[in-house]
Design a protein around this ligand. Structure first.
Ligand code: PBG
Length: 328
């Protein structure tokens, strides 16, 4: 006697009936790179199909997302060379591109959930995520800068701030400062399990944040570790995070699954990072795979692993094509 499991696969309808996970436009968080100026829409060389956008152009894209049903965005600021400094102070400036973008989006699209990346690496002249002394990345000394950046974004109307610097105590420092200023409702989504990864390469070109010396292995996680990720998440939850993240995602689905099983009540984001995105773009261009089918498989694997929110540069084009095909 043998079992007939192919019965679950006879037609598309049967397969749909027995599918264990689903994808919806609201599963996605769309990342954007915001610059100053007007009318700027410049494709990023290392990240095909991704643009540096000035605020006016960004609003055009946000309208499209809203139409598609994508309701969450994550903003990164990109600033000119002369605004980079040793301590990255421009990250908390009230005229920084991200601050202006948050305010503009919340004014025109109040229902859009606006999240902002909190890290100074795009604003420092050395490209590290904290203050540096004698080529050592300092921890405690860097915390006030991260908290000030979060406060500037909260003042502009951000719904979530998302610390990604991997400094110990960053969630605690941000939560304290936000509470002191009455921003209790501004939530923290922490990049808790962020690994020192070579898949960030294209992103660093996009924001000009490649470290001028060394690497990020003294603060981002070692990819040989699995259980340590739970420790990172636990610390962030204790410090006040209400959502967490695994990053990158494709090579780290075991981590995502562990986190979801341990903390089922906490929204878990998975960041399909720049290098993972470009792997698929390049492979598709070379004729090795079909881009949309590959993305579909990747995103469903994220959902299977327990990821709730998918951060992806392909969110818009993917949801667009899925809705054209009436899949989502
Ligand atoms: C900032 C930050 C990085 C990414 C998101 N936030 C880069 C890094 O840690 O070097 C990577 C995103 C991507 O590769 O798509 N610290």
């Amino acid at each position: 006697m043998f079992r007939r499991l192919r019965e679950f696969r006879t037609t598309q309808t049967v397969r749909d009936t027995h599918s264990e996970v689903s994808l919806h436009p609201t599963d996605f968080i769309h990342p954007f790179f915001v610059v100053s100026g007007q009318g700027v829409r410049k494709e990023i060389g290392s990240l095909e199909g991704v643009y540096h956008l000035s605020v006016d152009e960004l609003l055009i894209d946000i309208a499209v997302l809203q139409e598609l049903g994508i309701d969450k965005v994550l903003l990164f600021g990109v600033v000119e060379e002369h605004l980079h400094s040793a301590e990255g102070g421009y990250s908390a400036d009230e005229n920084s591109p991200v601050v202006l973008a948050v305010a503009a989006i919340k004014k025109d699209f109040p229902k859009m959930t606006v999240m902002t990346d909190i890290c100074i690496c795009g604003y420092t002249d050395h490209g590290h995520c904290g203050f540096v002394q004698d080529e050592v990345v300092l921890n405690d000394e860097s915390l006030p800068a991260l908290a000030e950046m979060a406060l500037a974004h909260a003042r502009a109307g951000a719904d979530y701030v998302a610390p990604s610097a991997m400094m110990d105590g960053q969630v605690w420092a941000i939560r304290q400062l936000l509470d002191q200023h009455g921003f209790h409702a501004v939530r923290i989504m922490s990049y808790s399990a962020k690994y020192a990864s070579s898949f960030y390469g294209p992103f660093r070109d996009a924001v000009d944040s490649t470290p001028s010396f060394g690497d990020r292995k003294t603060y981002q996680m070692d990819f040989r570790n699995r259980s340590q990720a739970l420790w990172e998440v636990e610390a962030d939850l204790q410090e006040g995070a209400v959502a967490t993240m695994v990053k990158p995602a494709m090579c780290y689905l075991d981590i995502a699954s562990n986190i979801k099983r341990t903390y089922p009540q906490i929204p878990l984001a998975g960041y399909h990072v720049s290098g993972e995105y470009m792997l698929i773009k390049h492979a598709a261009k070379a004729g090795a795979i079909d881009e949309l089918k590959a993305l579909e498989e990747v995103f469903y694997s994220f959902k299977r692993a327990g990821i709730d929110w998918i951060i992806s540069y392909a969110a818009r084009s993917f949801v667009q094509s899925m809705s054209d095909a009436r899949v989502v």
